[in-house]
Design a protein around this ligand. Structure first.
Ligand code: SF4
Length: 455
């Protein structure tokens, strides 16, 4: 998911939120929503689909106000359905508030038992229920309630939360998912999952929200509260591999440059005799460029991607993922016929799309396909915000590398190893979650029999 928040007393902010969400569309394509406050009430508009198809200028004009939060959703818990779209809104203790969540909690079941509301739709609903409960029973404001509730949450969260008067951002103590603070020339403040969403609204990136930090933005400016300290950092390493936009920075590291370094390292670790290095567009492009440069092999395009199709990995059902593949890619026959290809892919999760893509390249006349992957085998479920809970759908959990090579129809297959991948990202290899690649989970996972829990 992607989250965005803005507070600017000098202008209506629904359009800024729309632009910010547009820049975060890659983080979730199932639903999108905006909650806006005019100082007296909070209005929410959300729907299934892409930001651009949901919000017409007409619809944005119906959202007046100088403070807003926005959300694009990629379902991790709870079905892909309208009632799970965010922001979630509630009325409690005489106050309207709204919440957007990126990440996934691992103790939802335990928390649900305390809400007294029975089964909730998603982990984010449970958080809204806990906030409402605290505000009602303790007659507290939203900031106090948030400070009270956050320490009870385990797992991954970057939140944007607001009531009529204040905007709140919070990041879990491990910092699994990113969250940034930006400033506008007008004196306004912005929160966003990634820096390109700050760029697009003309905000200057001030800093990342720290793991375990909550910021409260109101008439007095920005106030920071560190609600948790001392937990090991665990920024999702997959943000660098696949999730984040290449034009952004995470933990001070440029994503595009990190992907390029992964490609250079992959060429050194797993060379191949070939005529052309090509990416599976788009997220593998910097890696393929790095590979080609390091290997001294020509870089070229072998596939054209239809840019008007969402990521198939993110589509909510297997059936949809299957049918989306042929629509998504087409081979450039003139570039691949008779060629020995190094095909660079960022990761192999379920392999559905990739298998069909390999067939496309073969049908277009590729002589050899040497598949090179910019990350290690994805063998373990993610409980922190990627929809890979079911281990049996992960191709590397059930097949050896040789079996995957044959399954995909490649002539050779090699993955980047974990240490090399982390070294390519940064010199300091601590501070990353690598659970889906190593099985070492930074937090306990209640009820997950297959999780090998790290320390
Ligand atoms: Fe990221 Fe993998 Fe950790 Fe999930 S398990 S947070 S995808 S590194």
């Amino acid at each position: 998911c992607g989250v965005f928040g803005v507070r600017d007393q000098h202008q209506p902010v629904a359009h800024l939120t729309y632009l910010g969400l547009y820049a975060l569309q890659h983080r979730g394509q199932e639903s999108a929503g905006i909650a806006v406050s005019d100082g007296t009430k909070v209005t929410v508009d959300k729907d299934m689909g892409l930001v651009s198809t949901i919000f017409s200028s007409h619809r944005l004009q119906a959202l007046p106000g100088t403070m807003a939060i926005g959300h694009v959703r990629y379902a991790t818990t709870g079905a892909s359905a309208w009632n799970n779209a965010q922001p979630i809104s509630r009325y409690a203790g005489g106050v309207y508030f709204a919440l957007g969540h990126n990440g996934n909690l691992v103790n939802t079941r335990e928390l649900t038992a305390h809400t007294g509301e029975g089964e909730a739709g998603s982990d984010s609903d449970v958080v809204a229920a806990l906030l409402a409960q605290h505000m009602t029973h303790h007659n507290s404001d939203l900031a106090d309630a948030t400070l009270h509730v956050l320490p009870r949450l385990h797992g991954a969260y970057s939140f944007v939360i607001m009531d009529e008067a204040r905007l709140i951002g919070a990041r879990d103590p491990h910092g699994f998912r990113p969250l940034f603070l930006g400033s506008l020339d007008t004196g306004g403040w912005v929160l966003a999952s990634e820096t390109p969403a700050l760029d697009v609204v003309g905000a200057r990136t001030v800093r990342e929200i720290d793991p375990g930090e909550m910021v409260i933005i109101d008439d007095d400016g920005v106030r920071s509260v560190q609600f948790a300290t001392g937990q090991p950092r665990a920024l999702c390493s997959f943000e660098f591999v696949y999730i984040a936009r290449p034009d952004g920075h995470l933990a001070g590291i440029g994503v595009h440059a990190a992907r390029r370094r992964m490609g250079i390292a992959l060429a050194q670790q797993a060379p191949a005799d070939a005529d052309m290095v090509m990416p599976i567009p788009d997220s593998s492009i910097p890696g393929a460029q790095g590979y080609a440069q390091a290997a001294g092999i020509a870089y070229g395009d072998g596939l054209i991607k239809n840019r008007y199709i969402g990521r198939t990995f993110i589509a909510p059902s297997q059936q949809l993922r299957d049918s989306a593949v042929r629509l998504k890619f087409n081979a450039i026959g003139d570039n691949v016929t008779g060629k020995r290809l190094v095909v660079v892919e960022d990761s192999i999760v379920r392999a559905t799309t990739l298998r069909a893509t390999m067939r496309l390249l073969r049908d277009a006349g590729a002589a050899e396909i040497h598949l090179r992957v910019l990350s290690p085998p994805y063998r373990w479920p993610c409980y922190y915000g990627l929809d890979t809970h079911d281990r049996h759908t992960l191709v590397a959990a059930t097949m050896t590398v040789d079996e995957i090579r044959d399954h995909l129809g490649a002539d050779s297959l090699a993955y980047l190893d974990i240490d090399t991948m982390l070294t390519a990202i940064t010199t300091d290899q601590s501070g990353f979650c690598t659970a889906c690649l190593t099985g070492d989970y930074p937090t306990p996972i209640p009820g997950a029999s297959e999780a090998r829990i790290g320390t």
